[in-house]
Structures are given as C-alpha cells and as structure tokens.
Design a protein around this ligand. Structure first.
Ligand code: SF4
Length: 398
C-alpha cells in the first residue's frame, strides 16, 4: 500500500458504448445500431485519447507511465466491434504505457456476439480474461430483459473462449428479477457451474428510472420479488458457489482461488486508474476526472487533440479529491470486500488509524451488528452484507 495520493495508475478501463440492441433494464451509456462509420470514428478517438494521456504523463516532472497491470474493456458490448479494433486498442495501450508481463486483460462480451474467429483474434492480441453477460437461462426471463442471446449461446461462447486460450472466464448473473423463482436461480447455477468458469458476478436487479422495465413495473405489468425472496436468492447463490469451491470475496462476486478480478480490486481498494472513452472516469494524481457522456462532444475533443485539464483531452469534470473524501472512500469501497479493510493499510496511506478517524460511525455500526471488528480488520457482518447500503450510509458526512 502506497501513501495517498498515489500518483501513477496501473489500471486502465476502456468504454465501448455500442450494443446490438438495448436491454430493457439498462441505463449504461450505450447505444444500439450505430453504423460502422460511427464505430470507426470512436475507435480513432480512443486511440488518440490514449496517446495524448500517455504522452502528457511523460511530460510531468519525473513522470512516466507505469506498465499496466490491468486492462478492462467494457461497455456496452465491446464484442460488437470487429476483434481487430479491440486488438488495436490493446496494442495502443501496450505501446503507450506498456503492459506488465502478468497484466490481466479483460474484455466483456455478450454471448450472442462472439465468433470462434473473433475469440482467436482477441486471445492472440493479449486478452486473457473474458466476461460474458448471461443473467439467467430461462427464455422468458431473457426475453423480459431484452437480451439478444439464449443460454446455449453462452455454452458455445465459453467453449470457444477456452479453445481460443482464455483460461479466466467470468459470467454475470442477475437475481431479483420479476417472476424469477428460487428454482430458476438453481437452474441457472446448474447450467453455469457445468461450464469451465473461474468467476461469477451476481447482482440484484435495480430498476433504473427511464428504462422500459421500470416503466412496465410502474404500469403494474411486472412485479419485483419481495425483499425476503430476493435475499433468499442471493444467499442461495453464495452458498451454492461456496459449495463448488468459489471464494466469496466481494458482496456480489465469487471466484475460484486466485481468480478475483484484478481490475475491480483496484476500484474496491480506492486505487488510481485511467478511464478512456465516452463517459469514462479516471482517478489519478488525486484528481477525479470524467469524460463527457455526449458522443459528439467526446469525438470532437479527441479530434482536437489538445491535452486539456491535467492532460486529459476530453475530461469535463476535473475535481481534486480531498484527503477526507479519500479516507471515506477507502473504507466504503473496502467494506464491499468480504475481507474488509485492514487498519495497517489505512494507516500506511493516511497516517491515521481508521478506528480513530471513524470512531463514531464504527461504534454505531457495531451496535447495530452491521460490522465485525477482528484484530486490526473491519468488515461487514452477515447482517451487514444484506444491509450494506444502510451500513455505508453511516459514513456520509463522517
Ligand atoms: S448488453 Fe449490457 S450494456 Fe448493452 S444494453 Fe444490455 S445490459 Fe446494457
């Protein structure tokens, strides 16, 4: 653990905002059905943005980019782009920043958008982790969610990814879906656990305002399961994965030993990262930066090619993260991890004990049995895992 603020990120996120069609629950920055011209302009902008940020860091006093230890290409659906485009983007990161020999390079994929040939190209380019969005296996649930694939597409995608050399495969699942039963969850787990996957993410559905699914719920056409059933589904997933040798390491993530997602660990530890692309966020040099979420504005900024605030050509938000905020963040994000936060790590970064800095909210959360303190470590209790937002709320304004 280095002291705060850490200067040089070793993780990069690239946002690809294209999808084949928009899912009914999705409020991510992504668009359906953009033409190839738009995709090409976007890839050119990304290549340029990466080059400008890297060059600018070389100009900082004593500064030079460190080799990346983690690259995550997400979206959207990155695999709607031709694999050659994704390979060029990874090559640009390699040329501008360097990639550590063990760099974890993840690409997100929708099971309906991958071919064997594309997976071979991605693997040859250096991607070594692939993350498939499955969500569920029941056709009626996939239809409700507006997903473009069926369960069989995932099985074919996973097998093709293995043949192409991907040894580290994640599958995303959703629970708490309208009409989803415990049996549905079991059936989905049966299906996925039959496949050679190393990591599973499982998120409870949140109805986001403005999405078709939220509108359907508001009209009374669909109903979410009650809290008790949603929590039963969550615990069922955790228990079954544990029974199969997966380690539950974050509220919504379990992995085979050694396969925790390196990129997300950067976020959960409050460490710095680069973000490239539309609406991407960066955290570097004690600054939080955000690119515009308007595509034309992002493309124009990258075309202009001026380095802009703190070296980012497109950033429209550029805020200094103060020390107090950084301390709160390390605790809040770190509590998402099942192992929690170690005081010695906190002290190494901020020179103060977390038990001193957050004495009042921690005492309150202990009284409510939402956290457990063991040795110099604080973590969410079992009750705290179910009421994580309530626990996190105790630190607002602390
Ligand atoms: S594939 Fe993913 S990013 Fe694209 S619309 Fe569906 S949920 Fe959103």
């Amino acid at each position: 653990m280095t002291s705060w603020p850490e200067q040089t990120p070793t993780a990069a996120y690239l946002h690809i905002p294209f999808c084949q069609q928009k899912c009914t629950y999705c409020d991510f920055i992504s668009f359906a059905a953009r033409g190839r011209d738009c995709q090409q302009a976007y890839v050119a902008a990304l290549l340029r943005e990466i080059g400008i940020v890297a060059a600018n860091r070389r100009l900082l006093p004593g500064g030079r980019p460190l080799p990346l230890r983690s690259v995550f290409v997400g979206g959207g659906t990155p695999t709607v782009l031709p694999a050659d485009d994704l390979a060029r983007l990874l090559a640009q990161l390699r040329a501008c920043f360097g990639l550590a020999p063990d760099c974890e390079c993840t690409v997100e994929a929708n099971p309906g958008t991958v071919s064997e040939q594309a997976l071979q190209t991605l693997s040859a380019a250096g991607f070594n982790r692939i993350s498939f969005g499955l969500q569920a296996v029941q056709p009626h649930l996939l239809h409700l969610l507006g997903r473009i694939h069926q369960a069989g597409d995932l099985a074919a995608g996973v097998q093709a990814a293995r043949s192409a050399g991907f040894g580290n495969i994640n599958v995303d699942l959703l629970f708490g879906l309208p009409g989803q039963t415990i049996q549905d969850v079991d059936e989905t787990l049966d299906f996925v656990l039959d496949l050679p996957v190393a990591h599973l993410s499982f998120y409870g559905l949140i109805l986001e305002e403005g999405t078709p699914l939220a509108a359907a719920e508001a009209r009374g056409q669909v109903r979410l399961p009650d809290d008790a059933l949603e929590r039963r589904q969550y615990h069922r997933i955790r228990r079954r994965l544990a029974g199969q040798g997966f380690v539950h390491y974050e509220i919504s993530n379990s992995a085979r030993p050694g396969y925790a997602c390196r990129h997300n660990l950067v976020y959960w530890q409050g460490l710095p990262y680069y973000g490239f692309g539309l609406a991407a966020h960066s955290y570097a040099d004690g600054l939080r930066l955000a690119n515009p979420s308007d595509l034309d504005r992002y493309l124009a900024a990258c075309r202009r090619g001026a380095a802009g605030p703190a070296g980012w050509p497109a950033a429209v938000v550029n805020e200094q993260v103060d020390r107090q905020e950084a301390m709160r963040e390390m605790l809040l994000l770190g509590l998402r991890l099942i192992r929690g936060v170690r005081d010695r790590d906190f002290q190494a970064r901020f020179g103060i004990s977390l038990f001193e800095r957050f004495a009042a909210p921690l005492a309150d959360l202990r009284r409510q049995n939402l956290i457990v303190v063991s040795g110099d470590r604080v973590r969410l209790s079992r009750r705290g895992l179910d009421l994580a937002n309530q626990a996190f709320g105790a630190f607002i304004g602390a």
